[in-house]
Design a protein around this ligand. Structure first.
Ligand SMILES: [Zn+2]
Length: 509
């Protein structure tokens, strides 16, 4: 598939398209029961990374938006579908064969794309825009700011669970992207169920796309697959169970099997090397993403209940310890703080009192190093900083050395987050102290999200470290939070609670 060329579905994409639009043999046209002609009420597609789920989803949405997606009776043999009858100038015509099911566009389509997180909406939305811009659709389908305008005031709307205002729209169809991540813990499951009910009320249908899920999480995708309802189309090409994903040769065989229905993917060059790399750091994730297997992880690190129960409205006062997790572009960079009393919070900096959490997407794709440096300088100026644990990361190494030179090596301490032993004990202490309520936090929406995103990644000796469930689900603010707590705990163990002065905040101005 290249830009400007017609989109042709092949392999699993074709198979799933015809199944999604399968018509029951005795279907009749009735404006009151638009759903009745369809064999399936909804479809759930499970596939590995890079198998073409997003472009397929985008194509299906466009078909629902302006294509003949409703049943329009059985052809007798002379009928012709003309795109031009429906406002499209592409010139496409199709002569139905006798006995074939005919299609007609909906009068008005309101379609939603639900994504797990804000930056994940782009997965499907981006190919969607490209498809519109690079072909005849551009004539009558318009890409607007934040949505796509289709004929008759219809629209395609990217949405997340956070944007509650959009959720009330009467949708005629919806696509749930990465529904294997929608759980009741992160509340996206609720949102998706609400959307699905709304769509059913409008006599529409839904599609879910997902990687294999963690069987411990009871996600939307898992529920759909385990449901006994016969009207859900389920597609999932499982690899042979006798192959071991940890063995390189067998891993390659698994890839050949699971990508066999995506004939445009060359597993040798496109999949094997990436999987080999991911296996080193997170074998569970690699097996799920590329091996297309349902692998049980150790589950979530944080529960919504625990996080919420430790949230207070207290004001942070007095000296603090800081935790820093840095990155360059893909991940976020964050600084979190903890007071001597164990109250954790996200500090702010600058004239606009920005939180000390940087999302590269808001800074032209790169972490603004100058901002981070300015923020650290301001924090040291404004607060009495007892300890500052900084993730020992090669990218920020030199900067951390500079901070240590300036503020003292006993204050600024690189923390080896990649050393399993150290990190595991820090995580274990953090979790215990939350359970014991010896540490609490001021609510920070980003840190909460990152905390709920984090998954335990198993390591030898019953230990674990943290991983992110997908590239779009960040955990950096949590990492900074864990380091701030570790710094504060270590400081308290070294007598921070007795030998420092009275609690106060030194204000700069
Ligand atoms: Zn057309």
């Amino acid at each position: 598939m290249f830009e400007g060329e017609p989109l042709l579905f092949n392999g699993w994409q074709l198979f799933c398209t015809v199944n999604h639009y399968r018509i029951v043999a005795d279907a009749i046209v009735n404006a009151r029961t638009l759903l009745a002609p369809f064999f399936y009420r909804r479809s759930v597609i499970v596939g590995p990374q890079k198998c073409g789920k997003s472009p397929w989803g985008a194509g299906m949405l466009l078909f629902e938006a302006v294509g003949p997606s409703l049943f329009a009776g059985w052809a007798t043999g002379s009928e012709i579908y003309r795109c031009s009858d429906h406002g499209c100038g592409c010139g496409w015509e199709y002569e139905y064969l006798p006995g074939e099911a005919m299609g007609a566009p909906r009068r008005k389509s309101l379609l939603g794309i639900l994504a797990f997180a804000e930056d994940q909406t782009q997965n499907v939305y981006e190919p969607l825009q490209t498809m519109i811009h690079s072909g005849p659709l551009a004539e009558f389908v318009k890409v607007r700011e934040g949505f796509i305008r289709t004929p008759n005031r219809g629209m395609i709307l990217p949405m997340t669970a956070a944007a509650k205002s959009k959720l009330g729209k009467p949708l005629t169809g919806a696509l749930g992207d990465e529904s294997g991540l929608y759980t009741s813990a992160n509340r996206v499951l609720d949102t998706w169920q609400t959307i699905r009910r709304g769509v059913a009320g409008m006599q529409g249908r839904t599609i879910e796309l997902t990687n294999p899920w963690d069987p411990m999480e009871n996600s939307a995708a898992q529920q759909a697959f385990e449901s006994r309802r016969p009207d859900i189309f389920r597609y999932y090409r499982k690899p042979p169970t006798d192959l071991d994903y940890r063995k390189k040769r067998e891993r390659q065989q698994i890839h050949v099997h699971v990508y066999a229905d995506s004939p445009w993917v060359d597993t040798k060059s496109a999949i094997d090397p990436e999987a080999d790399e991911l296996v080193e750091t997170d074998p569970t994730q690699a097996e799920r993403f590329f091996g297309n297997r349902l692998v049980q992880g150790l589950g979530s690190f944080m529960t919504d209940e625990l996080w919420t129960s430790c949230t207070t409205i207290d004001e942070p006062t007095g000296p603090i310890c800081l935790g820093f997790d840095g990155s360059k572009s893909g991940d976020w960079t964050a600084i979190r703080a903890e007071t001597r009393d164990g109250l954790r919070f996200t500090p702010t900096y600058g004239p606009d009192a920005r939180p000390t959490i940087w999302n590269p997407a808001e800074w032209n794709g790169r972490i603004p190093k100058g901002e981070v440096v300015a923020a650290v300088a301001e924090l040291f100026d404004r607060y009495e900083v007892e300890r500052f644990y900084a993730d020992q990361d090669p990218i920020w190494g030199t900067q951390i050395e500079e901070w240590a030179l300036k503020h003292g090596e006993e204050t600024v301490i690189p923390f080896p987050t990649r050393v399993i032993q150290r990190m595991y004990f820090a995580l274990d202490r953090y979790l215990n102290d939350l359970v014991e309520r010896t540490t609490t936090h001021v609510e920070c929406a980003i840190t909460r999200t990152h905390a709920l995103n984090a998954r335990k990644v198993a390591k030898p000796g019953d230990k674990y470290i943290l991983g992110k469930p997908s590239e779009h689900q960040k955990i950096d603010a949590l990492m900074a939070d864990v380091l701030a707590h570790e710094a504060a705990s270590d400081a308290r163990a070294s007598g921070w609670h007795v030998d420092t002065g009275p609690a106060y905040i030194r204000l700069r101005r």
